[in-house]
Design a protein around this ligand. Structure first.
Ligand SMILES: [Zn+2]
Ligand SMILES: [Zn+2]
Length: 242
């Protein structure tokens, strides 16, 4: 499978990532990607950047080194009602928003609470992607998550960093396999993200690919193989929530 878009990347602005945006975009170009999304951590994550960083992203060109750049954010889901840590007006000016559950920002609740947090965040008209829903620290009712994904058009992410042995979200494999099998059965497209925190990881979806091969997941359901289709889908999905 050849992906042409990396929809989840971090730069030094995130506070615990180590490359500049320029280094990341250049790495994307060198790997033959056509699109990269800049999705640094939103302000509630410790040591990340500020509101002004996201409000000013428009100064970055839409294309650099032949790679289309989407200016985005990885939001933190802050409570079980799906609140996120950026105002709607700023989000409306960004081109991609991932919403994710992160330990420093929300203590895991019951399966019902975690699911409600995600479903409510997915109903936010500016949330395009639910980030790393395979994290075993936040048990989710995947039937409900899929229902919400279909209803709202919010895409479910298959996150490469979650599958890296010894990573923060170790133990995600089983959940991710389950998500992929459900996506196949229901014919729901997914997005894959490297979640790179250093430029060498841009476009790297080694572990996702290995899992997809194992279960025979069709490349047609991976939107990153077709940046045009990905952009069309997120645009269409925003319409679904209005
Ligand atoms: Zn991070
Ligand atoms: Zn994350």
């Amino acid at each position: 499978m050849k992906i042409l878009a990396d929809t989840h990347t971090h730069s030094m602005a995130s506070g615990h990532a180590y490359s500049t945006i320029q280094e990341n975009v250049r790495a994307a170009a060198e790997k033959g990607l056509e699109l990269i999304a800049l999705t640094d951590h939103a302000p509630a994550m410790q040591n990340t950047t500020s509101h002004a960083f996201f409000a000013n992203l428009h100064v970055i060109p839409d294309e650099l080194f032949g790679v289309r750049i989407l200016k985005g954010i990885e939001l933190n889901i802050m409570d079980f009602e799906g609140a996120v840590d950026m105002d709607q007006q700023t989000l409306s000016r960004l081109q991609l928003s991932i919403a994710s559950l992160h330990i420093p920002c929300i203590t895991p609740g019951t399966k019902e609470e975690n699911t409600r947090a995600c479903v409510c965040a997915m109903e936010n008209p500016f949330v395009d992607i639910l980030g790393h829903p395979g994290d075993p620290r936040y048990p989710l009712d995947y039937e409900e998550i899929f229902k919400a994904a279909k209803r709202t058009g919010t895409l479910l992410e298959v996150n490469n960093a979650s599958l890296v042995p010894g990573g923060f979200r170790a133990g995600s494999d089983e959940n991710i396999e389950r998500i992929l099998r459900m996506a196949m059965k229901e014919d729901v497209p997914v997005v894959v993200g490297s979640d790179a925190h250093f430029y060498t990881g841009i476009g790297d979806i080694f572990y996702v690919e290995r899992l997809m091969e194992k279960i025979g997941f069709p490349a047609e359901l991976v939107l990153n193989t077709d940046p045009g289709k990905f952009l069309y889908t997120i645009k269409r999905n925003k319409g679904l929530k209005k």
